[in-house]
Design a protein around this ligand. Structure first.
Ligand SMILES: *Cc1c(COP(=O)(O)O)cnc(C)c1O
Length: 371
C-alpha cells in the first residue's frame, strides 16, 4: 500500500545511476560526460542530483544560470560546472565560484575579459559557443577572426572548449539538417584550432544527439533528459528509468447529481451521476491549467482519471465514476509506469515541460541508491 500522504515528488537515485550507465554505454571510452542539472535538475533537486552524479563519475555539470551554479558550489560540489546562459551582471560572482561561462557573443566576451582581468585571473577556463543552425545563442562562423584577436590580447582567459547545440536531434525527419550542423561545427572547430594553435575540447550533443548521432559525440557529450529517464523516443524510454515520480492522494470524494457543476467558472457540468476525487495539486504545483477540461489525467488504481473542469491553484478534481477508490488513496501524476512523456503527450506538451514545472513547494523524497 501507499505511503504517500501528501503531494510528493520521489527522486530515485538508483534510476539515475542506471541512466548514467546507459548513456555512458553509448559513448566511446575517453568521451567525457557532462550532466545537465539546470532547472532544479529537470524539476527534481539539483543538489541531490549533482552530488550523486559527481559520486558516480560525471566529468562536468551544466546549469543555465549563474545562480544555479553558485547553489551547487555552496553545496560543496567540486567538479567543473558550465553555465550555459550567463549574463554579464553575474560574471564576477561566476568567477568567484569557479564556474565556467559559455561565452556566446562579443558583448559577453568583452564583459568577461573585463571581469576576469579585474579579478586578476590568468587562463580562466571559458567555453565558446557557435551557432550552427538553432539561431538561439552563439557566435557565427564569420566572427572567428575577431574572437581570436580579442582572446589574443588577453591573458585573463583560456578557451577550454568549443560548443554548439543541435536543433532537431530527436527528429528523424531532420537528419540532413543535423548532419549539416555537425559538419559546420567541425569546420568551425578546424578554423579555431588553427588560429589558437591548440585544440580545445569540442562538445555538441544533447541526449538525442548522443543516442542518434555517433558522429556528434566529439570530446564530451551533454546529457540532460536522458539522465532523468527520457529519450524522446519510445525505444529509448524503454531502456531508461524515470528518476522522478509525482504522486498525491485523494483528499475527498464527491458525488455530483445530473445538473451539478464542479469547480471555478462551473467549467464542468454533470449530465449523469458523477463521482469525483479532489486532489491536492494544482497549477501552482506544476499542473498546467491547460490540463483541465479532460485535457489531462492522473492514474488511480492503475486506471486513468481525467481532470474535470478547471485546474485550481492548489487542487484538481478528477472523474472517478468508474474507479473503485477512497479518500486517502494514492494518485499517480507520473511515475515509471505511466511516465511523464506519455502524460505530457496526452496534454499536448513534452516531458521537459511537465518535469520542470514541479514547483518548489512540492515535497521531495529521495530514494537512495545502494551503491
Ligand atoms: C538543456 C541543454 C542540454 C541538455 O539537453 P537534453 O535534451 O535534456 O539532453 C544540452 N545542451 C544545452 C546547450 C542545453 O541548453
Amino acid at each position: 500500500m501507499s505511503n504517500i500522504q501528501e503531494t510528493t515528488l520521489e527522486i530515485n537515485l538508483a534510476h539515475l545511476s542506471h541512466n548514467f550507465r546507459y548513456i555512458k554505454s553509448k559513448i566511446a571510452n575517453g568521451v567525457k560526460m557532462l550532466a545537465v542539472v539546470k532547472a532544479s535538475g529537470y524539476g527534481s533537486d539539483a543538489i541531490v542530483i549533482a552530488k550523486h552524479l559527481e559520486k558516480i563519475g560525471a566529468d562536468y555539470l551544466a546549469v543555465a544560470y549563474t545562480a544555479e551554479g553558485i547553489a551547487l558550489r555552496e553545496a560543496q560540489v567540486q567538479i567543473p560546472i558550465l553555465v550555459l546562459h550567463p549574463q554579464p551582471v553575474n560574471f564576477s560572482k561566476l568567477i568567484e565560484h569557479r564556474l565556467e561561462p559559455n561565452v556566446y557573443s562579443f558583448r559577453t566576451l568583452q564583459h568577461f575579459i573585463k571581469a576576469a582581468t579585474a579579478l586578476h585571473q590568468t587562463d580562466y577556463p571559458v567555453h565558446i559557443k557557435f551557432n550552427t543552425g538553432l539561431n538561439r545563442i552563439g557566435f557565427s562562423n564569420n566572427d572567428i577572426p575577431l574572437i581570436l584577436s580579442e582572446i589574443d590580447q588577453s591573458q585573463a582567459l583560456k578557451i577550454v572548449a568549443l560548443l554548439s547545440h543541435l536543433a532537431a536531434s530527436e527528429d528523424h525527419d531532420e537528419k540532413d539538417f543535423t548532419t549539416t550542423q555537425i559538419k559546420t561545427f567541425q569546420e568551425i572547430a578546424d578554423k579555431m584550432n588553427v588560429g589558437l594553435g591548440y585544440r580545445p575540447m569540442l562538445h555538441l550533443s544533447n541526449t538525442s544527439g548522443i543516442l542518434n548521432y555517433q558522429k556528434a559525440h566529439f570530446d564530451m557529450v551533454r546529457s540532460g533528459i536522458g539522465l532523468y529517464g527520457y529519450g524522446n523516443e519510445a525505444k529509448y524510454d524503454q531502456a531508461l528509468k524515470p528518476v522522478a515520480s509525482l504522486k498525491s492522494v485523494i483528499s475527498q470524494i464527491h458525488i455530483l447529481a445530473p445538473g451539478d457543476s464542479l469547480g471555478y467558472n462551473r467549467a464542468f457540468k454533470a449530465t449523469d451521476t458523477t463521482k469525483t476525487a479532489t486532489i491536492p495539486i494544482g497549477h501552482a504545483d506544476g499542473i498546467s491549467r491547460n490540463f483541465g477540461k479532460a485535457n489531462g489525467f492522473v492514474t488511480i488504481g492503475q486506471q486513468r482519471a481525467y481532470i474535470l473542469g478547471n485546474v485550481c491553484m492548489d487542487m484538481i478534481m478528477v472523474d472517478v465514476t468508474q474507479i473503485d477508490c477512497q479518500e486517502g488513496d494514492e494518485v499517480v501524476i507520473f511515475d515509471a509506469t505511466t511516465n511523464a512523456a506519455q502524460v505530457a503527450e496526452f496534454s499536448g506538451t513534452i516531458s521537459y515541460e511537465l518535469l520542470t514545472a514541479v514547483s518548489s513547494r512540492v515535497k521531495r523524497v529521495v530514494i537512495a541508491d545502494k551503491l
